[in-house]
Design a binder for this molecule. Structure first.
Ligand SMILES: Cc1cc2nc3c(=O)[nH]c(=O)nc-3n(C[C@H](O)[C@H](O)[C@H](O)COP(=O)(O)OP(=O)(O)OC[C@H]3O[C@@H](n4cnc5c(N)ncnc54)[C@H](O)[C@@H]3O)c2cc1C
Length: 361
């Protein structure tokens, strides 16, 4: 049951926010977590499309290696993180190369020959070149939970369910008032709070400051289009994850056939392709499917005998704004609301782990 007063309101349910909620609960605070979407997990949520599979993931995910975060997720949540096999690739105009080549491509993409030797460009090339060489000498860098993000979210949720935290989904936070210290929800409930910890992808129009000034939150609507393909007669180990360059249809690809899934048991393979928005809007679903399959055969990810037994096209909308709002808000210096900085998941967890470890044992 939702009460009308909490010490701490957490907005958003990415793994980062859920772990932050657990941490605050361990500090002895009453905590409520609010999620606007029906499904928990933010951009790591999974959904069922029963004809295709259970636990379809949003987008194509890959994680960097971080021994400390891996140990933390194993010790506290029993989440097994494995190296992706084979290690991710970059596909450059159809040619498969090790993943770290993306740093070289980024340099080429950024080069503007007119300003090639400008100081700020040189600094960028230097940093991308550093990333390239660092990865060249540090193989086996890319990891993921053995059973994908459904393992990640379900194991974190188990801890949330065992705690005293209240969790509500399908109810957007509409307005934060730091004068009356109230949060208004879409269902017209109003919650009193002592502090708010929000995702930096917060999708809200405004925050009312203690002096009644209105702080506008910047929004950047983003959408990701995924084509999921269930495939029979396919080689299994040619790809785990890839980013492509020089293609107008697919920009990321992931194999989502996890060992515990019924698809694996039945010898089927699940691939997910991220489709460029321009292509998504230009072609029909059948045409997109054909364009993707042609590429998968050409890039030797599936072969001529492979059969697509099912497919599904999904679009996921989210607020792509983030780190640009936080420094602006923090400059107003209100300690009652904190935005948790996030970028890729592992570095975001690593930023907070020292603080969490002391309480989450
Ligand atoms: C498609 C995609 C692919 C990605 N791939 C990778 C990857 O391969 N590797 C990697 O490490 N990271 C990846 N990321 C990065 C990912 O964004 C972060 O790991 C992390 O999930 C960010 O956490 P977050 O809380 O900032 O945002 P999100 O995960 O976006 O979660 C924000 C949540 O807050 C909710 N919310 C927002 N406003 C409100 C409101 N007013 N009321 C209630 N709820 C609200 C949203 O509904 C959403 O569920 C990817 C992100 C996306 C979108």
């Amino acid at each position: 049951m939702v009460k009308n007063k909490y010490d701490c309101v957490v907005i958003g349910t990415s793994p980062l926010m859920l772990i932050e909620a657990l941490y605050n609960s361990k500090l002895g605070k009453s905590v409520i977590v609010i999620e606007g979407k029906e499904i928990i997990g933010g951009s790591w949520h999974c959904f069922d499309q029963n004809e295709i599979a259970n636990n379809l993931e949003i987008g194509c995910h890959v994680w960097q290696k971080n021994t400390e975060v891996t140990k933390f997720l194993k010790d506290y949540f029993a989440i097994d993180i494995e190296p992706r096999f084979p290690q991710p690739k970059s596909i450059f105009y159809g040619v498969k190369l090790p993943y770290y080549f993306i740093y070289l491509f980024l340099i080429f993409r950024k080069i503007n020959f007119k300003s090639l030797f400008k100081l700020n460009h040189l600094a960028l090339y230097k940093s991308l070149a550093f990333d390239f060489f660092q990865e060249l000498f540090n193989r086996s860098k890319y990891y993921y939970p053995e059973n994908g993000s459904s393992e990640l979210i379900s194991k974190i949720l188990k801890k949330i369910n065992d705690s005293s935290i209240s969790l509500i989904s399908g109810n957007q936070a509409l307005s934060i008032d730091l004068n009356s210290m109230t949060l208004s929800l879409k269902d017209e409930n109003v919650i009193n709070f002592n502090e708010i910890i929000a995702t930096n992808k917060l999708d809200i129009d405004q925050i009312i400051l203690p002096n009644n000034d209105v702080f506008k939150i910047k929004k950047r609507e983003a959408v990701i289009h995924n084509l999921y393909l269930v495939i029979e007669n396919s080689p299994k180990t040619t790809l785990s994850y890839a980013e492509t360059f020089g293609d107008s249809v697919i920009y990321r690809l992931s194999d989502m056939t996890y060992p515990d899934s019924t698809l694996s048991e039945n010898g089927l393979r699940l691939l997910c392709a991220d489709i460029f928005p321009a292509t998504f809007h230009k072609y029909s679903q059948e045409e997109i499917k054909t364009l993707v399959i042609t590429r998968l055969i050409k890039w030797k990810i599936i072969n001529d005998n492979s059969v697509v037994v099912n497919h599904y096209l999904n679009s996921y909308k989210y607020n792509g704004q983030g780190n640009e709002t936080i420094p602006l808000f923090n400059s107003k210096m209100n300690p009652k609301i904190v935005f948790l900085k996030s970028n890729n998941l592992i570095p975001s967890l690593a930023d907070n782990i020292e603080r969490w470890k002391t309480k989450l044992k």
